[in-house]
Design a protein around this ligand. Structure first.
Ligand code: HEC
Length: 164
């Protein structure tokens, strides 16, 4: 009689074990795809070329007015990017990743007029860089992009600011 009880218990135990393995397996499979979701975001952030053609014009046939753009920059952009474009505005300390330093060689080789226009229009997802296309006209974006281009990107000085 005892043997039968033990045999029954063993069978139940084995069945429970099998059930556990089957139930646990799909759970693992559900956890796995998570890192794959993160990949495309990275790819988008790094998609801009490292070196751009600096002679390209503003998109959509626009011609930016740097004087008008300068007024806008010194009211709305300097808080993060700094009056000198070095990414050291009064709000910069609180922001991660930090606002772009336009004076670095890496910025000066990449941020041509089309890239500036696109970045200012769409902002940078996952950062504090706002999408200005929601509040500015294309002409106003071209103006501020032209100001950034002439004063920081293509200006002769360069700068060894904080960002690497
Ligand atoms: C609230 C802070 C903040 C304000 C205001 C702001 N920016 Fe930015 N900006 C950022 C941050 C943060 C980044 C860095 C994003 C990154 O690392 O890709 C950035 C990046 C950029 C870039 C570079 C994008 C690239 O591809 O490297 C440009 C150009 C730019 N900003 C222009 C502007 C202009 C022009 C204004 C004003 C109209 C402005 N920003 C206002 C925070 C700000």
């Amino acid at each position: 009689m005892k043997k039968i009880v033990i045999a029954t218990l063993l069978t139940v135990f084995a069945a429970a074990l099998l059930l556990f393995i089957f139930v646990a397996e799909p759970a693992k499979a559900v956890v796995k795809p998570a890192p794959i979701v993160a990949e495309p975001a990275k790819a988008v952030a790094q998609s801009a070329p490292a070196v751009s053609d600096m002679s390209l014009p503003m998109p959509l046939g626009l011609k930016g007015d740097p004087a008008k753009g300068g007024v806008f920059f010194m009211t709305n952009c300097f808080t993060c990017h700094g009056v000198a474009g070095d990414g050291n505005g009064p709000r910069a300390y609180f922001i991660t990743p930090p606002p772009r330093n336009f004076l670095l060689e890496t910025s000066r080789q990449r941020l041509n007029r089309p890239v500036l226009f696109e970045a200012i229009t769409n902002g940078r997802l996952g950062t504090n860089m706002p999408a200005w296309g929601k509040v500015l006209s294309n002409q106003e974006i071209a103006d501020v992009a032209e100001f950034v281009f002439q004063n920081f990107i293509s200006a002769p000085q360069g700068n060894k600011g904080k960002q690497g």
